[in-house]
Write a protein that binds this ligand. Structure first.
Ligand code: G3P
Length: 216
C-alpha cells in the first residue's frame, strides 16, 4: 500500500519524508490556500522535494481550460500528476491527457460509477473521498470496497487512492480492502504511529536499563 501525504505544507511534507514512508503527495486548492503562499512557490518546492508522484489540481472547469492548465502544471516536473475533478469535462480531459501518456488523478469521486468512468478514461488514480461521505452519514469505506471489486473484475489499472482520510481506522479498513494508495493528512500519519502501550513499555525498559549493573 502506497502512502501519500495530503498537504501543501513544505514542513509537513519534509517531516513525512524523513519518516521514510512517503511515496507521494496530493494537494488541492484548499490545502494550497491554507499555506498563505503562492501556488507557483508551493508547487515548485514540493515537486523538488519529493521523488514520487505529486498531484497538482486544475482550476478550470471546461475541457480546453483543463488541458491548457495541465500543460502548464506539467512544466513543474516529470513526477507531476494532473488532478482533475470527476465532472463530464474532466472526464474528456482525462481521456485526452491519458492518451498523451500524462498521469491523471480524478478527484472528488463519490460513487462507484464515477470510478468506473474514470478507469475507462484512463486515469492513473481515482480519489474517492471517504471522510466527506461519512460526514453526510454514508459509509465511505463501502465506496472503497465497491471500487476495488469493480476494478478487480475488469483488471483496470487505475489505482484506488483513498482520500479525505480523517483517522487511522480509515487506513486500517483501506489496507484490509486492498486499496492501492491512501493520502493522509499529517496529523493522521502521527496518529498511526502512536500507541500508549509502546510509550509505557519504552519508559519501563529505559527505567529498568538503569538497574542493569555497569561494566564489562
Ligand atoms: O485531497 C482531497 C481530500 O483528501 C480532502 O479531504 O478532509 O478536506 O475532506 P477533506
Amino acid at each position: 500500500m502506497k502512502l501519500f501525504i495530503d498537504s501543501a505544507d513544505i514542513q509537513e511534507i519534509q517531516e513525512a519524508k524523513e519518516m521514510g514512508v512517503l511515496d507521494g503527495v496530493t494537494t488541492n486548492p484548499s490545502l494550497v490556500a491554507k499555506t498563505g503562499r503562492s501556488f507557483d512557490e508551493v508547487a515548485r518546492e514540493i515537486v523538488e522535494l519529493v521523488d514520487g508522484p505529486v498531484s497538482l489540481e486544475v482550476i478550470a472547469t471546461d475541457y480546453e481550460g483543463m488541458i491548457r492548465e495541465a500543460d502548464e502544471l506539467m512544466k513543474y516536473g516529470d513526477n507531476v500528476v494532473i488532478k482533475i475533478p470527476l465532472i463530464l469535462e474532466g472526464l474528456k480531459a482525462t481521456k485526452t491527457l491519458a492518451d498523451r501518456g500524462i498521469k491523471v488523478n480524478n478527484t472528488l469521486c463519490f460513487s462507484p460509477m464515477q470510478a468506473l468512468l474514470s478507469a475507462k478514461a484512463g486515469a492513473a488514480y481515482v480519489s474517492p473521498f471517504v471522510g466527506r461521505l461519512d460526514d453526510i452519514s454514508h459509509d465511505g469505506m463501502e465506496l472503497i470496497e465497491s471500487i476495488v471489486e469493480i476494478y478487480a473484475n475488469y483488471m483496470f489499472e487505475t489505482e484506488v487512492l483513498v482520500a479525505s482520510v480523517r483517522n487511522p481506522i480509515h487506513l486500517l479498513d483501506s489496507a484490509r480492502i486492498g486499496a492501492d494508495v491512501a493520502t493522509i493528512p499529517f496529523n493522521v500519519i502521527n496518529q498511526m504511529m502512536k500507541h500508549p502501550l509502546t510509550d509505557i513499555g519504552l519508559a519501563k525498559f529505559l527505567e529498568d536499563a538503569k538497574k542493569v549493573p555497569q561494566g564489562g
